[in-house]
Design a protein around this ligand. Structure first.
Ligand code: G1P
Ligand code: ZN
Length: 548
């Protein structure tokens, strides 16, 4: 015993004042994380914000980016020093974000630490990140992230065990101080969960009959999962998974499955050589991209279509309890909820707000416009889950993606939708834009801009229906008569300057008008978004850096 205790070091440190977690954990440039004590301070602040974990299990894994392995060794030695009994680590330090959530739940762990900066690029000059997930498998709620931040501003020391590095590449058990460290297969628990939810035999039959899939793992975490599930279990042709090896710098790419960074998939899907489904996931495996032959599916539409068809998958055959979407996500899912006569919840941006609704059984399916969809099977969004859900729907309906999307619009109407991002603008300009716009909000209702009439304008705040917690200042909304909207918010995941996001949406019930180009269909709202917020004047930009 004395031997074990002797190995624990208490290291004196000083606070870093920039450790407030954002939309999804703490994200910074890798070099910031590599500073002496920086990561350790944050990890100690996590443990200091938790109670009762002594003798319990912690799950640890990451998306494989540069500094992942070094960070995992630090987390293991600190978790052991702080009194965790067991530490489960994905082999090679790999666990996709949804797989980490699945493992926390399956192993009844106390919580988990996920090392990832999601879709942000990786490498010594790019981004790194860390977040804490609680025992339901979901991101820590604000109460905990704020406690972590508070502790990080006063921290004086952290505890760490002096021990050799753990071999992360060999399955099995070893000890670090008083803790057992178990290296687990990162895919097994996750794959078994997927097999319990979806009709694998029907999807396999579809592949056998010639269905073609192109999945881009973007040299990020989903490669091993996708190869095991799509190619090995479901029989998709070898090579269906591209960029399937996780690389520390994602092959110099930006592992964000959108129309900018996965443009090649879009071009493929619009060409004569298109497979039946093109799909992709991001750095840590929680986002998804769905493009059928000749048909891109917006994440907001995907959420609505998944909700309307989920009963076709065995895991959801009894129907869904309700749907939740983040506020900026289009209202397409609301129309499905209305038809199914189930609850619809509008939450602030970030998956952490769905956890309570899922735990309380109020909702089954959740989604965000930022390529996130998921269900009550874990407490994170889940890229491969969304793709498997689409495969299951395609197998059950025996229709193409395009046919399914068109039929959905014909039934529910189409929500034309686009997000305009102004990345890395000066923070002062962004703040002035919000201050001016906030001051204008009360005067907007009743004003007209061309054919657009403002019905209401507000600063979105959310009262959690389960625990009553209130989250204010979650985005400025301008709602027009007829269901069109403009939403403005600042990104909480950026690592440089400020990123302004403008979300633009128009509802079109008439199927004869479902064939417009999205930017054309939204042109008057886009002009109005500039007019109301004076984006050009405040940011010095006359066009967005990314349009999705
Ligand atoms: C972005 C997305 C948000 C998502 C988050 C984490 O956050 O907008 O929907 O939950 O990434 O993947 P933001 O940068 O807008 O704060
Ligand atoms: Zn992600």
């Amino acid at each position: 015993m004395s031997l074990l205790l002797a190995e624990i070091h208490t290291v004196a440190t000083k606070p870093f004042l920039d450790q407030r977690p954002g939309t999804s954990g703490l994200r910074k440039k890798t070099k910031i994380f590599q500073q002496p004590h920086y990561l350790a301070n944050f990890v100690q602040s996590i443990f200091a914000s938790l109670e009762g974990f002594e003798g319990k299990t912690l799950v640890v894994g990451g998306d494989g980016r540069f500094f992942n392995r070094e960070a995992i060794q630090i987390v293991i030695r600190m978790a052991a020093a702080n009194g965790f009994d067991e530490i489960l680590v994905g082999r090679g330090g790999i666990l996709s974000t949804p797989a980490a959530s699945a493992v926390i739940r399956a192993e009844k762990a106390f919580g988990g630490i996920v090392l990832s900066a999601s879709h942000n690029p990786g490498g010594p000059d790019a981004d790194f990140g860390i977040k804490y997930n609680i025992s339901n498998g979901g991101p820590a709620p604000e109460k905990i992230t704020e406690a972590i931040f508070a502790h990080s501003t006063t921290i004086e020391s952290y505890k760490i065990i002096e021990a050799p590095d753990v071999d992360l590449d060999t399955l099995g058990e070893t000890r670090v101080g008083g803790a057992k460290v178990r290296i687990i297969d990162p895919v097994a628990i996750y794959q078994a969960l997927m097999e319990s939810l979806f009709d694998f035999p029907a999807i396999a039959r579809m592949f056998k009959h010639g269905f073609r899939l192109k999945f881009d793992a973007m040299s990020a975490v989903t490669g091993p999962y996708a190869k095991a599930i799509f190619e090995e279990a479901l029989g998709a042709a070898k090579g269906s998974v591209m960029n399937g090896e996780p690389l520390p710098d994602f092959g110099h790419h930006h592992p964000d499955p959108n129309l900018v960074h996965a443009r090649h998939l879009y071009d493929l899907a619009m060409s004569d050589a298109s497979p039946d489904l093109c799909a992709a996931s991001d750095g840590d495996g929680d986002r998804n991209l769905i493009i059928g032959r000749g048909q891109f599916v917006t994440p907001s539409d995907s959420l609505a279509i998944i909700a309307a068809n989920a009963h076709l998958a065995p895991g959801y055959k009894n129907g869904i309890a309700g749907i939740a979407r983040s506020m900026p996500t289009s209202l397409a899912a609301d129309r499905v909820a209305e038809k199914l006569k189930i609850g619809m919840y509008e939450t602030p941006t970030g998956w952490k707000f769905f956890g309570n609704l899922l735990d309380a059984g109020k909702v089954t399916i959740c989604g965000e416009e930022s390529a996130g969809a998921g269900s009550n099977h874990v407490r994170e969004k889940d890229g491969l889950w969304a793709i498997l859900m689409w495969l299951n729907i395609l197998a059950a309906r025996q229709q193409s993606v395009r046919e399914i999307v068109r039929a959905h619009w014909a039934e529910f109407g189409r929500n034309y939708y686009s997000r305009h991002d102004y990345e890395e603008v000066a923070s002062e300009g962004a703040e002035a834009l919000f201050a001016d716009l906030r001051a204008k909000l009360p005067t907007l209702a009743g004003q007209t801009f061309g054919a657009l009439k403002v019905e209401a304008a507000d600063d979105f705040s959310y009262v959690d229906p389960v625990d009553g917690s209130v989250s204010k200042n979650q985005g400025l909304r301008i709602l027009f008569a007829g269901g069109s909207r403009i939403v403005y918010r600042l990104s909480g995941t950026g690592t440089a300057g400020a990123t302004l996001r403008v979300y633009i949406e128009r509802y079109e019930p008439d199927p004869a008008k479902h064939d417009l180009e999205t930017q054309d269909a939204l042109a008057d709202l886009i002009a109005c978004a500039e007019k109301i917020a004076e984006i050009r004047r405040h940011t010095g930009r006359d066009h967005p850096s990314v349009i999705t």
